[in-house]
Design a protein around this ligand. Structure first.
Ligand code: NAP
Length: 309
């Protein structure tokens, strides 16, 4: 890598939005680099089965889909570099990205850093991660084969995690702070019909019980105030996501939840900087909406590079 080299576009994050931007940019003849920390796919790569991405009538696992997207972008000349971005100067020209593998420069930047699981903020939660506390059933579910797992949350992630876990665990206990699920209707009937799923409605987890590893959770009913102890081997915390926007705080406009403010043009408050996928403000965070963002970002980037932004 030459320090003075300036790419037309650097994409930060190799999830579906990032690799779609890379595909469209490379096909548009833009010299494009994707910076990715570990491997392609982002959160998608951790999803066991994706049934709502058109074109795969039998469904496809997220890791395989990620690899396909990466190879497709690379077929047209996009490059990938495995590097952790440490800081960015998005107001400079060219824009400068400091990474674990050195500095990179670009005329345009596409931010595709996604969103990570939200924590409950309980005592010892971090220390117990990997020793009973988990955030991704597709990644860690098999560890609880024949065991008892608690799932916390009532959205689509919690519903999908409970469905996945009930196929491997002996018992699944879904703990939700309301009396109904927020998850889409398609999950409701299968969850209610599963013989090994129990529900604790109107309950919150107040304590993680453990010695060396997790042995149970303490619950409080938010209506009656009653406290109970639920022995379990694992707790899956599925209470939403927080956007990965630490690196751009103070440079890009963020909303009150920390997402980059950008509409469907994906343009941010800074010229030549675009935000795609789960990291931007949007009503629906899905693979199909992330890939649409990737295409839009390149359309807008081409306009910017042509001097029309
Ligand atoms: P979400 O829809 O924001 O749901 C978060 C859930 O966690 C809500 O039920 C919320 O309770 C609960 N919660 C939040 N903070 C909590 C706390 N401190 N203690 C206890 N409970 C708490 O998040 P998500 O389920 O991770 O989904 C994120 C996005 O990904 C959504 O757009 C979703 O549609 C999408 N997604 C889609 C699929 C799919 O289509 N198959 C699968 C997974 C995710 P309240 O209900 O009380 O707010």
């Amino acid at each position: 890598m030459q320090e003075s080299h300036v790419y037309d576009m650097i994409v930060v994050g190799g999830g579906p939005g990032g690799y779609t931007a890379a595909l469209y940019a490379a096909r548009a003849g833009l010299e494009t680099l994707v910076l990715e920390k570990l491997s392609a796919g982002g959160q998608m790569a951790l999803t066991e089965e994706i049934d709502n991405y058109p074109g795969f009538e039998e469904g496809i696992d997220g890791f395989t889909l990620a690899q396909k997207m990466q190879r497709q972008a690379e077929r047209f000349g996009a490059k990938s570099e495995y590097a952790e971005v440490e800081s960015m100067d998005l107001t400079a020209f060219p824009k400068r990205l400091q990474t674990s593998e050195g500095d990179f420069f670009a005329r345009t930047v596409v931010l595709a850093t996604g969103a990570n699981p939200r924590e409950l903020g309980l005592a010892d939660e971090a220390a117990l991660t990997g020793r009973g506390v988990a955030y991704c059933a597709a990644c860690d579910g098999m560890r609880y084969k024949g065991k008892t797992a608690v799932v916390v949350g009532g959205g689509n992630s919690a519903a999908a995690d409970a469905m996945l876990l009930c196929r491997v665990a002996k018992k699944v206990i879904l703990v939700h702070r309301r009396d109904t699920l927020r998850a889409t209707k398609v999950y409701h009937a299968p969850l209610m019909q599963a013989e090994n799923i129990e529900f604790c409605w109107n309950c919150i987890v107040t304590e993680l019980l453990h010695e060396d590893k997790l042995s149970g959770v303490r619950l409080r009913n938010t209506i009656t105030g009653e406290e109970t102890t639920v022995p379990c081997d694992g707790v899956f915390i599925s209470v939403g996501r927080k956007p990965a926007t630490e690196l751009v705080k103070g440079q890009l406009e963020l909303d009150s939840s920390g997402y980059v403010v950008a509409d469907e043009t994906t343009r941010t408050n800074l010229p030549g900087v675009f935000a795609v996928g789960d990291v931007r403000t949007k009503p629906l965070r899905q693979v199909v909406t992330a890939v649409a963002d990737g295409a839009a970002a390149v359309h807008m980037a081409e306009e910017f590079l042509a001097g029309g932004n």
